[in-house]
Write a protein that binds this ligand. Sequence first.
Ligand code: ADP
Length: 656
Amino acid sequence: MSKQTHAFQAEVAQLLHLVTHSLYSNQEIFLRELISNASDACDKLRFEALNNTALYEDAPELQVRLSFDKAAKTLTITDNGIGMTAQEAIDHLGTIAKSGTKDFMSKLSGDQKSDAQLIGQFGVGFYSGFIVAEKITVETRRAGAAAAEGVRWISGGTGDFEVETITRAERGTSVILHLREEALDYANTWKLKEIVGKYSDHISLPILMEKEEWQDGELIEPNNEEGGRQPGAMVKTGEWETINKASALWSRSKKDISDEQYADFYKQISRDFEAPLTWTHNRVEGSTEYTQLLYIPSKAPQDLWNRDKKAGIKLYVKRVFIMDEAEALMPSYLRFVKGVVDSADLPLNVSRELLQESRDVKAIREGCTKRVLSMLEDLAKHDQAPEAAADGVTDVLSEEDKAKLGQYSKFYAEFGAVLKEGLGEDFGNQARLSKLLRFASSTHDTVSVSFADYKARMKEGQDAIYYITADTLAAAKNSPQLEVFKKKGIEVLLMTDRVDEWALNFVHEFDGTPLQSVAKGAFDLGKLQDEEEKKAAEDAAETFKPVLAKLKEALKDKAEDVRVTSRLVDSPACLVVTDDGMSMQLARMLKQAGQSAPEVKPVLEVNPEHALVKKLDGSVHFHDLAHILFDQALLAEGGLPADPAAYVKRVNALLS
Ligand code: ADP
C-alpha cells in the first residue's frame, strides 16, 4: 500500500486540538498512557497465543522498551505485543474507541484551564502523545503477519494522518514521539525512570531502558594551558535493564503497597479519574486459590442502571490476563465493584461459557461477594456517628471512625439502590444485606436509618416496622396515611427508591419484627390503640353504614370498597390496597415503564371526624363530593384522576 491520507474522526480532531493547545502541569501522563497501551497489546498477544503459540515468533519474552535519541529529538516506546494491521491502525488511531474517552469528552466544559486539568487526571490514551510530540510516527506489525505487512502511521496531530506499508521484521508497535522543543527534557534517562516509577511500576510487564555509563572526556593535549579533560558524558552501553518492579500490583504483599499505588492502580483499571472510596485486597487459600483486589468507586457511573452492564472485574489466571468484565465473578447487584481476580486454578483457555459452569468460579464469586459485604459492613460500622460529627463532638470518635466518617453514607447515596436488588437476587446474603439498608423516616430526613435503629426506637407495644413507599420524599412525608402515626409519635420509614417496592417483596421481616406498609391492608395499630379509640372507631363504622353504602354505589367503578378509618387526622380520605395487593405506586411505575400491570382497585378510607365527610350525609352534591374525595385521595398519594378534566369541573362547580 502506498501512502494514503485519512482524516481523523471529528471527535478526535476536537480532542487533539484540546490536547495540543492546553498547557498544563501534568504533561508526564502521556508516558503512562502509552505504556498502558503497550501493556494491553502484550496482554492481547498472550491471550491470542494461548491457542496459537506461533504468534510468539522468536520472541516469547513480552516487554516494553523505552529509548530516546537526543540528536533526533525523539522518544520511542516499543512493545512486542499484538501489533496492528493497516486497517486496525486506521480504525484505532483515527477514531475514539474507548468509552471512557467519550465519557471524558462529555465532561469538558469549554474552559481551557479546567479542561486541561481534566486531561491530566484522566489521560486520553494514545492521543496523549501529542501533549509532548509535534508529530508521532507509529510503526507496527501484527503478530503472525509477514514482515512485508508492516505499517507506518504518521500524524502531526491536526486534521489528518498518513498510512503506508513498510517492512518491519519485529512484531509489535513502536510509537515514535518527535518531541516539541519545550518537551526535550523527556529525552533523559532519569526523568523517564522517575515517571515510570510513579505511574507504571505495577505494570506486570518489564519496561526496559538501555543502560548508560559515565564516560570521562578525552584527555586534553598537555600543551593546552588549561590541561585536564574534555567534559564527560553519559553514554549508552548497549545493555538493557528493567526499570520497573514488573510485578502485578495484586501479587505483591499488602504492606509493600501504598494507598497511592492502590488508588493509581484503580484509576488505571477503571478509567475513573476519582480515587476509589475503599478497597480490599486478599489472597484466598483453600480448595480454590485466588487473589482478589476489589474496589468500591466514589461515584456511580452514568450507566449504573443498565442491568446488562458488565461487572467491572478483570480475570487473570496466574498473572495472565484472560478477560475484562468477567460477569460470572460478581453478582449483578454488585456490578459497581471494580477490580482484579487472579485465579491459580482455572485453565488458561477458560471461556465465558465455561466460567458460568465452573465450580471454582462459583466459589470465587461467593468469596468476592462476602468480601464486598464485609467491606461495606466495616464502613457502616464506622459511620454510626454522623450526628455526633454534626454536633461537633468528634473527639469521642476513634481514629478509624474519623477516617471513615461519612463514607458509608456516601457509598449509600451512590449505590444503595443497586444494593437493594440483592434482596431479591441473593437470598443467601439477604440478612446481611437487610442490615446494610438505610432509609429516611418520618423523624429523620437524611437517608440514615437502619432497621436496627428503627427497632431500637420502637414504641412500647409496637409490633411492626412501619413504612410507606412513594415517588418522592415530599410525597411520602406528607402522605395522609402517616397522619395518625405522627400524632402518636410512631416513626415510619419513608421509601422512595424505585426499586423499594420490588425489593420489599422479598423482605417481610427484620430480626423477627414484621414489615408493614401503612398503605396496605386494614388499619390496625394493635396495642398502640387504646380501648377507647377502638370503641370510637367501631361506633363510627356503625353510624356511617348508610353513607358508606351510598359511597360504595357512587364509586363502584373506582373503589374496591369504602370504609371508615382511624388512620387519618387532618385529611378527609385516603386510598389503601389490600394486604396482598400490588401497591398503587408500583402499578404506576410498571405502567410508566410500558409493562402490563393489573388494574389496581384501591379501597377508599374516609375520616369520620372530618367536616367534609360529615357533610356528605344528605348533601345534594353527594355524587360530586364522593368523586372529589376519591380523586383527591389519589392526588395526595402521587396519582392522577382517571379523568382530570371531570375532576376540575366538579371542584369548580362546588366552588362557584
Ligand atoms: P484505548 O487504549 O483506551 O482503547 P487509545 O486511544 O489509547 O484507547 O488506543 C486506541 C486503540 O489503538 C487501542 O484500543 C488499540 O486497539 C490500539 N493501540 C494503541 N496502542 C497500541 C499498541 N501499542 N499496540 C497495539 N494496538 C494499540
